[in-house]
Design a protein around this ligand. Structure first.
Ligand code: PEP
Length: 257
């Protein structure tokens, strides 16, 4: 982390978990143990149908609510999709874009990720742009090129001013939901390379202001070490964000002096 230049952000990603009633129960449990706001911003990205419930339930908790996906078109005949204007109107601040599960199961491509990034920014929200390599890409030594390609594609046409509102989440696919975490060194190295890619595109000043998260089985045991890496400014957390105590332990790790 480097709090001098950029925000530390701890974000939960609930994926397709938690009903509206479970969301309210989670908020009650969190209320009892949530630490005072210190250094890090906290948010939880929830299924679209529970955004309003979550916003109400988390209101007094200093926890913002994010969305897990968005469609890039403004409006129209796109049955089942949710637009950026709809999310903004509900009070959403952050939107996850290009999660590897969406790339793998729902045909998300670098091109659609880029369109979604623009839609989110055009509606004054903040995209959390996910990038990450597969195990076989890592084993073949392709990680640096692949990540640089995903970052460049996602940011095509994004101005330096708007880039300041983007968060990049480095999520090695082999570490998501598997219990396998990248070592702090592996994760830190890729996050440093992501910042170098942004520096080459936008210059040093902009690059140092961008929050870069790590995601992939982050938990209370490994959070402190991962967040101690100079270019890891927070976490995108799946499994551990479903348990209030574990989520709070990670927030506490991010609030370290
Ligand atoms: C994620 O869904 O973005 C994620 C990192 O999940 P997990 O923490 O469960 O690996």
């Amino acid at each position: 982390m480097n709090r001098r230049y950029r925000k530390t952000i701890i974000a939960g990603n609930w994926k397709m978990n938690m009903t509206a009633s479970e969301t309210r129960k989670f908020a009650e449990e969190l209320k009892a143990i949530m630490p005072r706001a210190k250094w890090c911003e906290t948010l939880i990205c929830v299924p679209a149908c529970n955004i309003s419930t979550a916003i109400k339930a988390f209101k007094d908790l200093r926890v913002s609510v994010g969305a897990e996906n968005v469609y890039f078109e403004e409006k129209g005949a796109y049955t089942g999709e949710v637009s950026a204007a709809m999310l903004k109107d509900l009070g959403v601040k952050y939107v996850i874009v290009g999660h590897s599960e969406r790339r793998e199961y729902f045909g998300e491509t670098n091109e659609t990720v880029n369109k979604k990034v623009h839609a989110v920014l055009d509606h004054d929200m903040n995209p959390i742009i996910c990038v990450g390599e597969s195990l076989s890409q890592r084993e073949q030594g392709l990680t640096p090129e692949w990540i640089a390609l995903q970052v460049k594609a996602a940011l095509a046409g994004v101005s330096a001013e708007k880039l300041r509102r983007c968060v990049i989440a480095y999520e090695p696919i082999w570490a998501i939901g598997t219990g396998k975490t990248a070592s702090a060194e592996q994760a830190g190295e890729v996050c440093t390379a992501i910042r170098a890619t942004i520096r080459a595109l936008y210059g040093a000043r902009v690059a140092r202001s961008v929050t870069i998260q790590y995601g992939g089985s982050m938990n209370p045991k490994n959070a402190f070490e991962l967040l101690a890496q100079p270019d890891i400014d927070g976490g995108l957390i799946g499994g551990a964000s479903l348990k209030p105590e574990q989520f709070v332990d990670i927030i506490n790790a991010a609030n370290q002096e």
